[in-house]
Structure formats: structure tokens, C-alpha cells
Ligand binder design. Structure first.
Ligand code: S3P
Length: 434
């Protein structure tokens, strides 16, 4: 993708549906009795992977190419053994949440993923799921996909996770639906709580006490209707682009602003940015607002601790803001970024250096020395959707042209990203080469 320096971003952007919420709606709709309707669902490769896996186990999912899904569920105890290996593609959420479900099924299944996902750690879910009674095998002692799962009637557990991970928490809560007694998960700081909110919304009782959440084995789930808010993680790239490109003014419509997701707003606030939000409304148990952003001067800052899990997927966008801020920015406590779709600390350090940014890579973060302007360059997305989108923002803000390799990997979470960006740019600032 060729990205040319662009004049101000102006207009209104409607974001695609939230990826995390869409996955969960497909999973729970497939486990419900009757037909569930999901409006505003994200149509992306990752969510299709989840839908296809449930279709392979007997659910019917219509509208996979649409933002309106109709799911004929199998009932909580009605999934059937898949005939073939299930493929989670690039999607960590699919693999980890599905493993939680599969651990509780009276059948055998195998779950694999693409070459990126097959490198990502699974022991974080397979270890606690094994302690609930499931037999799970994988490469590297059960840590790496493919995973072979012999499900069983699980026993509840009380698990303290060493990492704040919504995928770990959600895998165990889903397994807990199939377990005898209670399943409790405690995390070191609060990760996104969409699973908990959705459980409550569809009548699955959940108890929260500080950082511990508890669920009991369930008998059935009734079909439900749900509307998916716009994805804050998709909005992040437009927020940062509007902040760093002088003269920009953007309205982002219908964005999910669940506080477990909006750490980027706090981080940008620390940099001196003000982003206005309309009064929130509640959509299917999630707060949603319109966001208004205009270009502003940013100053370097430090982010760490509990803020990191609340902006985990936004660090690539944040790093671009830091690259153009006045003074240094330090990112700490973010070692989890090394086990995302790719090692995002290494990827950001390498690619932002190509733009002329002075970046020091640390074991758990980055030190970026902001500069007044970036230089256009040839850079690589590493096949990672969020890297590609962050580099696009850097390219728009840079002097000179930028080319980004493998730009279509955005299809994991935001297939329309390039078109949506083009629609708010004057002229042809983004164009596909070759
Ligand atoms: C997600 C949780 C996060 C996030 C991912 C989506 C989810 O991963 O990075 O993009 O939907 O639960 P971890 O749970 O590994 O932190």
C-alpha cells in the first residue's frame, strides 16, 4: 500500500462492530436454544473463523458476509463432534475461547491456526483447563497449536491467572458453563469484561468481587438479540491520525467505550490531548458514544501498570502518537505485546526506526523519543493487522511517500480500513500497488 502525506482528515467515520463482542456473540448464540440475531456484527476474517468452527459443530450461521447474523444455536449440550480439524486462522480469541468450550464437550476435537497463531502460547489456557479435567495435548508440552482436545464433564476451579488476559478469563468462564459447581477466575488487573457483561445480559448469573469473577455450571441458554457497538480498537487509529495530522477534525460514531477498553483515551490525556465524547448510551449492556477529535500538540508521557491491559491492542497506535509527541515516551509493563499476532514491541521498534524515530526496545516496553516530523519509508506490516494500520497513520503524517508490505492483513479485524481511510482523506493519499 502506498501512503502519501495527507492534508487534514475531515468528516465522520462509522466503525465496524467490536471484534471481541462479535466473537462472544457468535459463541454464545451457537450454544443457545433457538435463533439469536446479532446486529452490527464485525465481518472480518477472525470472526468468520469463530463462525465456521461452530458451523462445523452443527450451529447454523447466516449472514457471515453481512453485519446482521442469524444464528441457529445447538443448545448448550448440543454441539456435535467436528469431522475435521477446526481452523482458528489468525485469531487468538477464536483459539483460546473455543478451547474453553471444547474442553467441556463429550467429544474429541483438534484446533489449529495460521503460521502466526501456531507460535502463540496456549499453556495459559490449557494448564487451567487440564486442571478442570480436560485432556489437551499440543506441541511444546501442550503450549503450541495444533491442540488436540478430549473434552469431559469438567469440575469447577478457582484459578488465579498470572496475567491480565480476557482470553484466559473468558476461556475459563466458558468452560465453567460446562463444569460441576463453581468456577472462579482472579486476574492481576482488570482485562476487558465483555464476557461477563454478555453472560449477565443473556441471563447467565455471574458474580464479581474485585478482580475475581465466578460462574456456575449452566443448564441452557435462551436465544437472544444483541447489537454490537463500534470497535474502540478500530477507532484508535482514526483518533491518533486526527490528533497528529494538523487541521484534522473527525467524528467517530457509535464507538464502544467500555472502560476496560479505553485506556488509550487516558494515555492520550496524559499527552495533553482532549477528546470529547457524547453522553454515553447503553447498547446491549455496553456503553457507546460518539467521539470528537481534532489535531492537537502532544507531549511525551509514561504509561504502565493497570493502564496497559486497558489499552493492550492500542499500543501500536499510541506508539505513533508518541513518535510525534514533544519529548520522550516510556511504555512499561507491556511484555504481553511480545506474544500478540507478532512481537509488537520488536515490530514497532524496527518499523518506527525506518520513519526516523529514535526507539529503544526494552524487555517490557519501549522508549520513544518523539520528533517534529517523520520521514516516509518502505516498511513492513509483519502480517499483523494492527501494525499495518498504525504504519498507515505514521505514513499519512510523514514527509514523503511510504509503502507498507502485506497491507491486506487488516482483514483480520477491519477489512474496510483502507476504504474508510480513503473516504476521509483529500485526494488519493492511499493506493494499492501491484
Ligand atoms: C481479546 C483479548 C486480548 C486482546 C485481543 C482480544 C479478547 O488478548 O489483545 O485482541 O477478545 O478477549 P489477551 O487476552 O491475550 O490479552
Amino acid at each position: 500500500m502506498r501512503v502519501s502525506p495527507a492534508g487534514p482528515l475531515k468528516g465522520t467515520v462509522t466503525l465496524p462492530g467490536d471484534k471481541s463482542i462479535t466473537h462472544r456473540a457468535i459463541i454464545l448464540g451457537s450454544l443457545a436454544d433457538g435463533v439469536s440475531e446479532i446486529t452490527g456484527a464485525l465481518q472480518s476474517e477472525d470472526c468468520r473463523s469463530t463462525a465456521r468452527a461452530f458451523v462445523a459443530m452443527g450451529a447454523e450461521v447466516e449472514g457471515i458476509e453481512d453485519d446482521r447474523l442469524r444464528i441457529q444455536g445447538c443448545g448448550l449440550y448440543g454441539l456435535k463432534e467436528p469431522e475435521d480439524v477446526l481452523d482458528a486462522g489468525n485469531s487468538g480469541t477464536t483459539m483460546r475461547l473455543l478451547t474453553g468450550v471444547l474442553a467441556g464437550q463429550p467429544f474429541f476435537s483438534v484446533l489449529t491456526g495460521d503460521r502466526y497463531l501456531r507460535k502463540r502460547p496456549m499453556a495459559r489456557i490449557t494448564a487451567p483447563l487440564k486442571s478442570m479435567g480436560a485432556a489437551i495435548m499440543g506441541r511444546d508440552g501442550g503450549n503450541l497449536p495444533p491442540l488436540a482436545i478430549r473434552g469431559t464433564r469438567l469440575k469447577g476451579t478457582d484459578y488465579t491467572s498470572p496475567i491480565a488476559s480476557a482470553q484466559v478469563k473468558s476461556a475459563l468462564l466458558l468452560a465453567g458453563l460446562f463444569a460441576e459447581g463453581e468456577t472462579a477466575v482472579t486476574e492481576p488487573s482488570l482485562s476487558r469484561d465483555h464476557t461477563e457483561r454478555m453472560f449477565e445480559g443473556i441471563g447467565l448469573p455471574i458474580q464479581r468481587n474485585g478482580l475475581t469473577v465466578r460462574v456456575r455450571g449452566a443448564r441452557a441458554i435462551s436465544a437472544f438479540n444483541l447489537t454490537v457497538p463500534g470497535d474502540f480498537s478500530a477507532a484508535a487509529f482514526f483518533l491518533v491520525a486526527a490528533l497528529v495530522i494538523p487541521g484534522s477534525e473527525l467524528t467517530l460514531r457509535g464507538v464502544g467505550i467500555n472502560p476496560t477498553r479505553t485506556g488509550l483515551l487516558d494515555a492520550l490525556g496524559l499527552m495533553g490531548a482532549t477528546i470529547e465524547a457524547s453522553p454515553p448510551r447503553i447498547v446491549s449492556g455496553e456503553p457507546v458514544a460518539d467521539l470528537f477529535v481534532r489535531s492537537q500538540e502532544l507531549r511525551g508521557t509514561e504509561i504502565r501498570g493497570d493502564l496497559i491491559p486497558r489499552m493492550l491492542d492500542e499500543v501500536p497506535a499510541f506508539a505513533v502518537a508518541a513518535a510525534l509527541a514533544k519529548g520522550p515516551t516510556i511504555i512499561r509493563d507491556a511484555a504481553e505485546l511480545r506474544v500478540k499476532e507478532v512481537d509488537r514491541l520488536a515490530a514497532l521498534a524496527k518499523e518506527l526506526r525506518r520513519f526516523g524515530v529514535d526507539v529503544e526496545e526494552r524487555s517490557d516496553g519501549l522508549l520513544l523519543r518523539g520528533r517534529a516530523s517523520l520521514s516516509g519509508c518502505e516498511c513492513e506490516s509483519w502480517g499483523d493487522h494492527r501494525m499495518a494500520m498504525a504504519l498507515a497513520v505514521a505514513g499519512l503524517a510523514a514527509k514523503g511517500n511510504t509503502t507498507i508490505s502485506d497491507p491486506l492483513c487488516v482483514s483480520s479485524s477491519f477489512p474496510d480500513f483502507w476504504a474508510r481511510l480513503d473516504s476521509i482523506l483529500p485526494g488519493a493519499a492511499v493506493s494499492l500497488e501491484g
